[in-house]
Design a protein around this ligand. Structure first.
Ligand code: ADP
Length: 608
């Protein structure tokens, strides 16, 4: 069991008080007894001298045995007067007379020569001793002196004995009083110790409880002490420490919050590793990139968390060489491409940042790069084909073809056709680049779609008639006006109908349908579809036909005068109107192009 500091102080001070009181009591008792004994001795000495003085004329020589009787009576009377026991002892130790012993018993009293006071008196003239009397049994103080006898006679020892009953009674009384006084002092000391211990230890126990609350994170707590002693100083110091601690914690919390905010808002993934390659930090962007969770990743080896061979080789290299690295990795199965910049932070212990890896998702960049490269290649190819043809026919004309009028006309018409095609490609490219660059603004005029459809169908009709196609329009109910650019939407419908006519074998059916979408969530959209009964588009090519120069059948497209840019233009215009376009298969064969356009009331023109 551990004692509290209050009890330790209380018990310690009480122990000191008990020891002090005991020593004081003993000293008082001792000095009292010494004092009393000294007084008694002086008194005995004085009485012995007086008795000797009284006895001397009666006792010129030691009393003979016959003279003892009358002598014994004198001694007894003297003893009564002196209130002490008087013993006369011969030089050989024989008791000659004793006031406390009956005459008849004198003969049986033992020899007194060996008594300490007689021994002292023999050597120095007088002697004192305190002991229990053999004769009376009481504690008695003896004082003996030598009484010289007339010439030639051996001296006689006169001894006075005084019982110490009085002294013992006085001592007992003193002990009792001292006991009461010391007991009272002890009680006072107990009260004082408890009070003092409480006063001294209260601020300390307050501090202990404050320290406990501090440890639980309550940094607002304060210690209140009014004393200016060491305890007060300790309290002030603790308060200062608490303030400093709180300031430091606040500062660290702010830094941490800022760091977390930066890490969380970063588009780049961030991975922090210690020198063993264990994960210390992962930001949300990296969580998304690798599909890992921060709580599961932290503290685990990087290889276990990410399971990407190329990344692990890179991490191993960084940790081994302690140099900055740059690399690219591809994630399976998404195919996302990540550029990694790894820098060495230098931590050499567990949980210290040793390497920081920043992951940039460059998938889109790579895609755009590829599109650009493909585009350049496609444009070159598309332009080269008619140019090669023109060059070939011009050379053939120069080589003699011009001399035959019929051949010359044929060649020249081919050259004209190829030039038109070149022109068409360049016009489409220009158009597309204008829309893509955002320099074209789409008007937002209120448009009546049924009217627009009728006009476009009548424009296409001669072409469709040539192939014996049947053109149909299905307009369901009253259509609301939509906000859009009439010229551009006509271009969309023309391109779709032109393709339908081109890619549908003769005597096909081409249907234009329009309706307000029934689904409540799409109530504000209009669906326009162009359906044909032609060759259709294989499912895997459908998402790609809206890319520039993408054709399902290149030769056929060229033969039919396609540039490969029509659907790309359609897509841009539709998206510029806030809509969507895609292609589906038509049953039993053919294609179905679907355009969704939002119904907007605004008249303002919008830049795309
Ligand atoms: P093109 O000028 O070659 O027609 P587009 O961008 O208009 O270029 O069309 C891209 C490709 O999509 C075409 O080459 C063709 O292979 C395919 N395509 C477009 N419309 C249809 C359709 N109605 N039926 C079948 N294939 C089509």
């Amino acid at each position: 069991m551990t004692l509290s500091i209050r009890w330790k102080v209380t018990l310690g001070s009480l122990l000191a008080v008990i020891c002090g009181l005991a020593v004081v009591g003993l000293l008082i008792l001792q000095s009292f007894e010494q004092q009393e004994i000294l007084q008694l001795r002086n008194m005995l000495e004085a009485r012995a001298n007086l008795v000797a003085y009284g006895l001397r004329p009666l006792l010129p020589a030691p009393p003979s045995v016959s003279g003892r009787i009358s002598f014994h009576t004198i001694v007894r009377d003297l003893g009564n007067s002196a209130s002490a026991r008087i013993t006369l002892i011969g030089a050989d130790g024989t008791v000659l007379a004793d006031s406390a012993v009956a005459e008849a018993d004198l003969a049986v009293i033992e020899n007194h020569l060996s008594r300490p006071e007689i021994q002292q008196a023999q050597s120095s003239g007088q002697g004192t001793d305190i002991r229990a009397s053999h004769t009376t049994g009481e504690r008695t103080m003896y004082h003996a002196i030598v009484m010289p006898m007339a010439a030639g006679n051996p001296p006689v020892f006169l001894r006075l004995g005084l019982p110490m009953t009085m002294l013992d009674q006085e001592t007992a009384k003193l002990q009792r009083n001292l006991g009461i006084a010391l007991g009272a002092a002890f009680l006072m000391a107990v009260l004082l110790s408890v009070w003092m211990a409480r006063n001294i230890t209260k601020p300390l126990s307050d501090m202990a409880s404050v320290a406990r609350r501090l440890a639980t994170g309550d940094s607002t707590i304060r210690i209140h002490t009014h004393s200016r002693d060491e305890v007060g100083l300790l309290g002030d110091t603790l308060n200062q420490m608490t303030d400093q601690l709180r300031a430091k914690i606040d500062e660290l919390s702010e830094d941490r919050a800022q760091l977390l905010a930066v890490l969380t808002s970063m588009v780049e993934g961030v991975l922090v590793l210690d020198y063993r390659g264990h994960v210390l930090q992962v930001n949300p962007a990296l969580e998304r990139m690798f599909g890992v969770s921060r709580t599961e990743a932290r503290g685990r080896p990087c290889a276990e968390v990410f399971r990407h061979r190329h990344l692990m080789d890179l991490v191993a290299d960084i940790l081994r060489t302690r140099t900055n690295h740059e690399d690219e990795i591809v994630l399976a199965p998404t195919g996302r491409c990540l550029h990694i910049e790894a820098s060495v932070a230098g931590g050499e212990h567990e949980n210290e940042a040793c390497a920081v890896l920043v992951f940039h998702d460059i998938t889109e960049l790579r895609r755009l790069e590829k599109i650009r490269k493909d585009f350049v290649a496609n444009v070159s190819h598309e332009l080269r084909t008619p140019l090669t043809s023109i060059k070939g026919y011009v050379e053939a004309l120069l080589d003699g073809g011009k001399d035959d009028p019929a051949t010359a006309v044929d060649f020249l018409s081919i050259i004209l056709k190829q030039s038109d095609r070149l022109n068409l490609i360049l016009e489409d490219l220009l158009e597309l680049s204008k829309i893509e660059s955002g320099s074209v603004s789409f008007k937002e005029d209120p448009l009546d779609l049924s009217n627009l459809i009728d006009r476009t169908l009548s424009m296409i009709k001669p072409m469709a008639d040539k192939k014996g196609h049947q053109l149909r329009s299905r307009i369901s109910g009253d259509l609301p006006l939509i906000a859009g650019d009439e010229g551009r939407l006509v271009q969309v419908l023309t391109n779709l109908l032109d393709n339908a006519v081109k890619y549908t074998p003769e005597k096909g059916t081409i249907t234009v349908a329009v309706q307000v979408l029934p689904d409540p969530s799409h109530a504000q959209a209009i669906e326009l579809t162009v359906t044909d009964t032609g060759m259709g588009i294989p499912e895997q090519d459908r998402p790609r036909v809206f890319e520039r120069f993408y054709r399902v059948d290149k030769a056929r497209s060229r033969e039919l005068g396609g540039t490969g840019l029509g659907l790309a233009i359609v897509k841009h215009i539709v998206e510029g109107h806030g809509g969507q376009v895609w292609v589906e298969g038509n049953q039993p064969h053919g294609s179905r192009f679907v355009v969704h356009l939002p119904i907007r009331s605004t008249r303002e023109s919008r830049l795309i």
